[in-house]
Design a protein around this ligand. Structure first.
Ligand code: ADP
Length: 562
């Protein structure tokens, strides 16, 4: 099939539809991915905000307290009184109430005035000198110290009188530090609040390979010079995002597979339901193959109907062809018959005229005269037979051949035939045998005497005509309800191809073989017509060069057929 066939057109359309579908699928997929990314980014931003908010709240209480304490006249005075009791009562208590790990108070010359620490914090002189110097300058300072993998958040402020809340109007009278470590408990709390894994690492470290659907946000911790020393890393897994992504992937895959599947289904059904029948139709139109018509009829629906129509159409065509062949054939037969006929008429006519002329000669001997008269008589008989045959054929054809039923003595009939041909056969050197002679003395049937006689005459005459030497034997057998006659000869035989057509009118056997035998091809067809009229049938068994047996049946009680 060419590339322009229906199949390819439909195929292209389905591919095009598939591509459009695939394109929209891709657009859908890409926008979905974009939405996911947007979701991811905004979640990340939100997460960072949450971290900052939570951590700023986390440090706010102690920063506020440190700030409040350090513009308070009483605190300001006690820095130089060295009143340990006061510090114990007012400063050390902060450790309990604010969950602070360590507090320290320095005078304006950076001498440690008081320090105290909570459980598990054994360090002394924890605040570096540089931080003190920085605080002197900044007045309020929040920073971080990171040492031996631990981070400490420190709130500090310089000490001033009550009337200086900004810590800027007066010179610092001392310095106050509150230290709170980022303990494991704190980290656990943060984890719970933010729903993320929480860790503290040095600012120079980074977290190794990350899970695709998680993101990390860092909270940087600076020292007193605002230099990063550590960071808290929050890692959050976005399982729902992962779910969504895999879901959209799954949908994409599902749609893709169903696209391919439906394409395959379209393709296969196109092949099976449309292309196969169309191919069948094309083949049927070319070859009229009945097997393919049957296949087409099995495809239900329109194609089944088409198959039926094809069948009818082909049958009609066949009938027309046969009718045409028959018409042409009978035309040819008639032509051959006419040619044959003119030969058949001329031969005896020439005999009659020629020998009549010879008879006129004076002084003919008596035996010559008798001889010539015999020939003239035979020729006349042959002409008469021919005319009878033609008249009989036309009568049969026009349905005017009548049947006259009467009691027929079969033995008498075959006896006549024997006597009729005995001499002719002997003259030809052929032995004529009547097999049933004397077997059944009395056998009567109810049939048409003349027709049975004519049939037997025809068949025995043919047997003698087509036999050069040997035997012609004829007779009958009594069967149940009918009589079967047979005429056997040792003649030229009939080719299997001709064993049926010789019974058709004007048809003679092998052209080469029969050319030398007189005849018109009417005898057997007349005999067959008679036999069928009487309710019997005729057939021949023969072998080329060995001889033939003609058999026919006549019912014991004939029911006339017209
Ligand atoms: P005709 O004998 O006038 O040709 P028939 O209708 O009697 O016509 O026979 C038709 C043909 O059948 C003959 O031409 C011959 O070829 C063949 N035929 C008939 N009888 C015999 C026979 N006994 N042996 C061989 N061929 C025969």
């Amino acid at each position: 099939m060419k590339n322009t066939g229906l199949y390819y057109k439909i195929l292209w359309v389905s591919i095009l539809i598939g591509l459009i579908f695939l394109g929209s699928l891709l657009v859908l997929f890409i926008s979905n991915r974009k939405e996911e990314k947007f979701l991811f980014d905004s979640s990340k931003k939100q997460f960072s905000k949450e971290i900052n908010a939570v951590l700023s709240i986390y440090g706010r209480d102690i920063t506020q307290t440190v700030n409040d304490y350090t513009y308070w006249d009483e605190f300001y005075e006690h820095v130089y009184k060295n009143d340990t009791g006061w510090f114990e009562n007012n400063v050390t208590t902060l450790i309990e109430s604010f969950h602070v790990d360590y507090v320290a108070v320095f005078d304006s010359t950076f001498h440690l005035v008081h320090e105290a620490s909570g459980e598990g914090f054994s360090e002394r002189n924890f605040i570096p000198m540089d931080a003190l110097i920085q605080l002197k300058q900044d007045r309020i300072l929040n920073f971080c110290i990171y040492q031996s993998n631990k981070a400490f958040g420190i709130s500090s402020a310089s000490i001033h009188p009550t009337n200086d809340p900004t810590h800027r109007r007066t010179r610092p009278k001392g310095y106050f530090f509150a230290v709170r470590s980022y303990s494991q408990d704190t980290m656990d709390d943060l984890s719970t609040i933010l729903g993320a894994e929480t860790r503290i690492i040095s600012s120079s470290d980074s977290i190794a390979s990350q899970y695709k659907y998680s993101f990390s946000s860092e909270y940087i911790l600076n020292d007193w010079t605002n230099r990063p020393v550590a960071k808290i890393v929050f890692t959050k897994n976005f399982e729902n995002l992962k779910l969504q992504t895999s879901f959209s992937w799954n949908i994409f895959l599902f749609l893709l597979i169903s696209l391919i599947l439906s394409w395959v289904i379209i393709h296969l059904s196109l092949r099976y339901w449309i292309m196969r029948p169309i191919k069948l139709i094309l083949n049927i139109l070319e070859t009229e193959d009945s097997k393919q018509i049957n296949q087409l009829k099995k495809v239900s629906g329109e194609f089944e109907k088409l198959g039926n129509l094809f069948e009818q159409n082909i049958a009609q065509k066949q009938e027309l062809r046969l009718a045409k062949e028959k018409a042409e054939g009978s035309d040819q037969l008639k032509l051959a018959f006419l040619a044959n006929m003119s030969h058949e008429i001329r031969t005896p006519m020439n005999g009659i005229l020629g020998f009549t002329e010879l008879l006129k000669e004076p002084g003919l001997s008596e035996s010559d005269q008798l001889n010539f008269l015999n020939i003239i008589e035979q020729s006349g008989e042959r002409m008469l037979n021919l005319i009878n045959d033609i008249v009989n054929v036309s009568k049969i054809e026009s349905g005017q051949m009548n049947i006259y039923l009467s009691k027929v003595d079969i033995n008498e009939q075959v006896g006549y035939i024997y006597l009729f041909f005995k001499q002719e056969a002997e003259q030809k050197g052929i032995q004529l045998i009547l097999s049933n002679e004397g077997k059944n003395d009395q056998l009567f049937i109810y049939s048409d005497k003349e027709k049975i006689y004519a049939i037997l005459i025809n068949l025995v005459k043919n047997a003698i005509k087509f036999t050069k030497k040997g035997v012609v034997e004829f007779g009958y057998e009594k069967k149940d309800g009918y009589i079967e006659f047979y005429i056997r000869d040792s003649g030229i035989g009939i080719h299997p191809d001709h064993q049926e057509i010789i019974f058709e009118r004007f048809r003679r056997g092998n052209e080469l073989l029969t050319r030398n035998y007189e005849g018109t091809g009417l005898g057997l067809s007349i005999s067959k017509a008679y036999i069928e009229m009487l309710g019997g049938r005729i057939w021949v068994e023969s072998e080329m060069g060995k001889g033939s047996v003609f058999r026919f049946t006549i019912p014991v009680k004939a029911v006339p057929h017209h």
